[in-house]
Design a protein around this ligand. Structure first.
Ligand SMILES: Nc1ncnc2c1ncn2[C@@H]1O[C@H](COP(=O)(O)OP(=O)(O)OP(=O)(O)O)[C@@H](O)[C@H]1O
Ligand SMILES: O=C(O)c1ccc[n+]([C@@H]2O[C@H](COP(=O)([O-])O)[C@@H](O)[C@H]2O)c1
Length: 225
């Protein structure tokens, strides 16, 4: 899309299942807000990630409620905008958002685990052309993200974080990496260990954890991700 002729503080978009939302989502959002001088972060609570099984997925209103609790008193807006727009794939959602908000600048936020899978998303190169992408380091996934097929293409568009702080050089594709004190929290760990979530969401753990997942999500005492 080249340069965005859009003004005002940018909005960070964090799409996710939020099954459930957790403190890691809040922390990475506040960190991205500060690092990129964002006015707000919008959480796009997904009706259904096209690549994730529906088993073990709590109903959207339950996930929205958990997101609202985590977003309290922060400049984080919790939305189910994909339900409203009738979109399922991120590329369609982002196109619709750009049409609906022609004067806003947006940046797509995602954890390193999603960058590692990004080449499986519908029209992922088109997504990168729509708005800058900021990837947040995540324990256990950074090496896979760096070695990923999407990164092989995106690497040429790597920019310093400072390039997204001012409106003058806001263009896409652009990829920035946000590094900070890593946050090990995950929804998988909560689903596996928190009986309250299973009870209030009406879900049960979808499957037995593999050893790899258990290590990545730090469910095995004394292991590092
Ligand atoms: N601890 C974290 N560090 C960095 N990014 C994170 C972290 N937790 C979630 N994210 C990012 O937030 C977005 C939404 O995440 P999601 O709702 O899938 O939570 P999750 O903890 O990754 O869930 P699950 O364990 O079920 O895959 C994704 O881009 C994901 O990469
Ligand atoms: O558009 C796609 O093909 C696509 C494939 C997988 C995931 N996504 C989006 O990625 C975001 C993160 O999803 P999740 O389930 O990992 O939290 C969420 O907004 C999903 O809709 C999008």
């Amino acid at each position: 899309m080249g340069s965005q002729r859009r003004c005002g503080p940018a909005v960070g978009l964090l799409g996710g299942s939020f099954n459930p939302a957790h403190g890691g989502h809040r922390r990475i959002s506040l960190f991205a807000m500060e690092a990129l001088a964002l006015g707000e972060v919008w959480w796009l609570v997904s009706p259904g990630n096209p690549l994730k099984p529906t088993a073990g997925m709590a109903p959207l209103p339950v996930r929205m409620a958990s997101a609202r609790r985590q977003a309290r008193r922060a400049r984080i807006r919790v939305t189910a905008i994909e339900r409203e727009l009738g979109t399922r794939y991120t590329v369609d959602t982002l196109r619709a958002l750009l049409r609906r908000y022609p004067r806003r600048r947006f940046v797509w936020l995602m954890g390193a685990d999603n960058l590692a899978q990004f080449h499986k998303w519908k029209d992922w190169r088109a997504i990168a052309k729509l708005m800058p992408i900021a990837v947040i380091a995540r324990p256990g996934y950074d090496a896979a993200a760096l070695a990923s097929p999407a990164m092989a293409w995106l690497r040429q568009f790597r920019r310093p974080v400072s390039s997204l702080r001012g409106p003058e050089r806001w263009s896409a594709p652009a990829l920035v990496t946000l590094r900070f004190d890593p946050d090990t929290r995950s929804a998988t760990a909560i689903r596996q260990t928190d009986p309250d979530w299973a009870r209030t969401s009406g879900t049960r753990p979808a499957r037995t954890l593999s050893l790899r997942d258990a290590v990545t999500h730090r469910l095995v005492p004394g292991t590092a991700a």
